[in-house]
Write a protein that binds this ligand. Structure first.
Ligand code: FNR
Length: 183
């Protein structure tokens, strides 16, 4: 199988984000046929149709080109107030326009959500599924909710439990199969 490029979007912007560590752990256990680019979302101006001119904000153009250059999208996010963090929703909106030119269209996607508590971002996970459906994205059916986020890594930054590693590995193998089926 040829190498497939996967864009990774992380829903937390903070420097010490554990969700980002989780994203890196997922990339690390993925099959070698997948390569990962973390596409940053923190510098995207709020979506505003008035800025959708022949010269839109440079950060929007950079973001759209980055996503266009990939074969699939992996979204890893915490939940904010039972929903999608604003920065992530903004990034999805930026990628959705100009009308008819959504960079998301048809790209296979996987969603993983996480929380320090027990629910694993159930709310945000399903909101993301609903949103990505708009673009006809084939979404990996496996529902990935990671609870106990703050206990996931030990003091050395390694996954604290062996079974977590196995779980993450199986998700990424499933995603590889999913991408190949929908490419
Ligand atoms: C949260 N948090 C949170 N957690 C949760 O499980 N459900 C929720 O609805 C919310 N709401 C919420 C709103 C806002 C504005 C913040 C800042 C936080 C806690 C959240 O899960 C936690 O901060 C992140 O998981 C931390 O992840 P990072 O930043 O370490 O990746």
């Amino acid at each position: 199988m040829s190498t497939k490029k996967v864009a990774v979007l992380v829903g937390s912007l903070r420097d010490a984000s554990v969700t980002r560590k989780l994203a890196k752990a997922l990339a690390a256990v993925a099959p070698e046929t997948l390569s990962f680019t973390f596409v940053e979302i923190g510098d995207l101006p709020h979506y505003n149709e008035d800025l959708e001119t022949e010269t839109p904000p440079a950060a929007w153009t950079r973001f759209r080109e980055d996503i266009k250059g990939t074969d699939a999208v992996l979204i890893i996010s915490p939940e904010y107030n039972r929903g999608v963090p604003g920065a992530l929703k903004n990034a999805i909106d930026v990628g959705s326009r100009p009308w008819g030119k959504a960079v998301w269209a048809g790209k296979p996607a996987a969603i993983a959500t996480a929380s320090p508590g027990a629910l694993g971002g159930y709310g945000v996970n399903h909101q993301l599924r609903q949103i990505l459906n708009v673009f006809g994205m084939p979404i990996l059916p496996t529902e990935v909710y990671i609870s106990g986020l703050y206990d996931l890594f030990d003091d050395n930054g390694n996954l604290a439990k062996e079974d977590t590693q196995g779980f993450l590995t199986s998700i990424m193998k499933g995603f590889e199969d999913w991408i190949s089926k929908h490419s």
